[in-house]
Design a protein. Structure first.
Length: 246
């Protein structure tokens, strides 16, 4: 699919999810996947701040990216942490151990094969609620057009999180963020159940969870709760379609 067509399809897909009881995790997973497919990046992830201001992992394009995002939180160091706290984008940041900016995070990112990073704030009306992280396995600047597109998708994601039809007061914001972060917990539990029951890796486990939710027109979190509650077995889940390499 051509880049322009993919971006249009992404916006339509994101908008289609903005309905009553939409699943935040699914929306942000779409965002992460499409960033990898449409731009010159190799991995993407999204973090949100809890009502108390602590960053938490929400979605990513792969399991390895999830692990790296969680390490940022644990170390309290990295591009996402800096981007969220400052509320400004970090673009074309080379990952070099001699730089010294992130002494704990950089070696971990390099070990995962990444050489540069970009982090864009999730902001609306002057308030930053998280960050979109984009990683590349090569150094060198990301095209300006890609940065603009990524920030646009990050803006769409922010609106999705806050539910554009809701009044953006403090109570609504806190409720939306809490729901998203609680959903992430049960999804991780469901992934573990699927992985253990079907002897697959976590990426494939999440793919089955997501495929089943979409094929049956159910929310991602609803399917996860059914697995955790024992009303749905891992063997009953649909298999995901294979991705077409970009």
């Amino acid at each position: 699919m051509a880049r322009e067509s993919l971006l249009i399809a992404t916006l339509v897909e994101l908008a289609d999810n903005l309905v009553d009881h939409y699943d935040v995790i699914d929306v942000l997973t779409v965002l992460s996947d499409r960033c990898v497919e449409a731009m010159d990046v190799d991995a993407a992830g999204v973090m949100l701040a809890s009502p108390g201001g602590e960053l938490q992992f929400v979605a990513s394009s792969s399991e390895s990216m999830r692990v790296l995002e969680l390490f940022q939180i644990q170390a309290d160091e990295g591009p996402c942490v800096d981007c969220y706290r400052a509320g400004h984008p970090i673009v074309n940041q080379s990952l070099d151990e001699s730089d010294g900016r992130w002494p704990r995070f950089t070696p971990r990112a390099l070990a995962q094969g990444f050489r540069s990073v970009h982090s864009l704030p999730l902001r609306l009306r002057g308030r930053t609620i998280g960050a979109l992280n984009l990683f590349r396995t090569t150094q060198g600047p990301m095209e300006e057009e890609d940065v603009v597109v990524a920030q646009g998708l990050a803006d769409v994601a922010t609106i999705a999180i806050l539910q554009h039809r809701s009044a953006l007061d403090a109570n609504t914001l806190n409720e939306q963020l809490s729901n998203a972060l609680n959903s992430r917990i049960v999804i991780e539990q469901a992934k573990g159940i699927i992985s253990q029951a079907t002897n697959c890796d976590m990426d494939h486990a999440f793919g089955r969870l997501r495929a089943h939710a979409r094929n049956h027109n159910e929310g991602l979190t609803s399917v996860a709760w059914a697995l955790v509650g024992g009303t749905l077995s891992a063997q009953e889940l649909d298999e995901p379609k294979e991705r077409v390499p970009k």
